[in-house]
Write a protein that binds this ligand. Structure first.
Ligand code: PLZ
Length: 425
């Protein structure tokens, strides 16, 4: 097998520079809570391919379903010749997402594509144009979703012009917004919408229930319910982007449940299909069905192999009760992180929910972000064999996203490597 160094040399003259990789090692295999690179080195996986392999890499049922489906047929295009697997995934989505109302779903390939389609549906259903998004939001890298995403570097720099009719308002970020409670933060945000956009112009309010790339920001309790209530009152569609939070990650099937909200539309991707590209928009039948036949689609959306993988992933999540597994991961990891924070004044806050946990690094005694120290911790972690991601508008947040099937032993080893990485500071 070619070494990582060999592959890196080949990559440099074949792969565009704009596509970068976090670690210099190339993957040979992965499963459980670990990954092995082509040089034979084992890594502890605290990344899950950015919250994708919730059921683990090459989960047995997912592999079997992919093989079986690949042998029957690989692609017909659902818009040309439909098949059961697509319908079954939509049925599962209707059953699993919060809300007892009649629902419909449409399937796509990536998270960004799902978000774009949720915006299309909301605009079509309301006849309005304005889309409200939040500080620190991340919704994708396509033209429309770049406009919805907050951070310029690396996502938007030099890629404009951006789509119009996108309005950004303040997020509830308890560590950084002076401790506004949920109701106050929501009143502030909706006040801005009313003054700067006009309630009657708003097609949709789009939000990640726990922000992902923006820093694992958990809004103050009551913020999301207040926004949902405001949206209802305004006749706007409330869209929860659950692409990173969904499929058991936060200890529930969807993070919306943690706050008792029932979004009008939910976007999902990542964890849905155990590593295969699949995404969905699920929501109120009357909104979803407002779009004329042929108005939604794409060549690959709801590809049969991806759908088979999704059905097997969902079955695995149910069988292994991965929502409980996420809560168990929190019960093990949070005390270790709190102890780390007690030892290192550079840690400003530990936050998150379930297996979506974060450590925010600051200049001790302040809330001034320390991106350099964050990068140093991540680098030390990588050198020791821990796959660890950072995030945040200020690049100063370390995030834990292990596969939900990680063993206690692997979790313990990963946390020990993280503690050692902090000790190098
Ligand atoms: N919405 C909430 O987290 C993807 C992106 C990483 P795609 N997040 C990881 C990167 O640097 O590109 C994401 C998300 C939320 C939408 C998306 C977009 O999903 O499948 O990457 O298009």
């Amino acid at each position: 097998m070619a070494s990582s160094d060999d592959l890196h040399r080949r990559r440099s003259s074949a792969v565009a520079r704009g596509v970068s990789s976090m670690i210099p090692a190339y993957v040979s295999s992965a499963g459980g809570g670990t990954m092995t690179d082509v040089d034979g080195r084992e890594w502890i996986d605290f990344a899950a391919g950015i919250a994708v392999t919730n059921v683990g890499n090459s989960a047995p049922k997912v592999v079997a379903a992919i093989k079986e489906q690949a042998e029957r047929f690989t692609h017909t295009c659902f818009m040309i010749a439909p098949y059961e697997q697509y319908v079954a995934v939509c049925e599962e989505l209707a059953a699993l997402t919060p809300g007892d109302f009649e629902k419909r779903s449409a399937l796509f390939n990536s998270g960004a594509e799902a978000v774009e389609n949720a915006v299309k549906i909301a605009r079509h259903a309301t006849g309005r144009q304005a889309i409200v998004v939040f500080d620190h939001a991340y919704h994708g890298r396509t033209n429309l979703t770049m406009a919805l995403t907050a951070k310029v570097m690396p996502y938007k720099q030099g890629f404009g012009p951006f789509a119009p009719e996108i309005y950004r308002v303040p997020m509830s970020y308890p560590f950084r917004d002076g401790g506004r409670d949920g109701a106050q933060a929501a009143a502030y945000a909706t006040g801005q919408i009313e003054k700067h956009v006009g309630a009657s112009n708003v097609a949709a309010v789009l939000i990640e229930p726990v922000q992902g790339e923006g820093g694992f920001v958990v809004p103050a309790a009551g913020f999301l319910p207040a926004l949902a209530a405001w949206s209802k009152q305004a006749g706007a569609v409330f869209i929860a982007d659950e692409i990173q939070t969904g499929f058991c990650r936060t200890g529930s099937w969807f993070a919306s449940e943690d706050e008792g909200i029932e979004p009008d539309l939910i976007t999902t991707a990542k964890g849905i299909a155990g590593g295969l590209p699949l995404a969905a928009v699920t929501g109120r039948a009357e909104l979803m069905d407002a779009v004329h036949p042929g108005g939604l689609g794409g060549t690959y959306g709801g590809n049969p192999i991806a759908c088979a993988a999704a059905l097997a992933s969902i079955e695995t999540m149910r069988e292994l009760d991965l929502a409980s597994a996420a809560r168990h991961i929190e019960s093990v990891a949070r005390p270790r992180l709190e102890a780390l924070a007690a030892k290192h004044p550079i840690i400003g806050e530990i936050r998150g929910r379930g297996a979506m946990l974060a450590v925010e690094l600051v200049v001790p005694g302040s809330i001034e972000p320390d991106a350099a120290a964050t990068a140093a911790v991540a680098k030390a972690a990588h050198e020791s064999g821990l796959l660890l991601l950072t995030c945040g508008t200020y690049g100063n947040v370390i995030r834990l996203l292990p596969p939900l099937i990680i063993s206690d032993d692997e979790l313990d080893r990963g946390l020990t490597l993280l503690e050692q990485a902090f000790a190098t500071l």
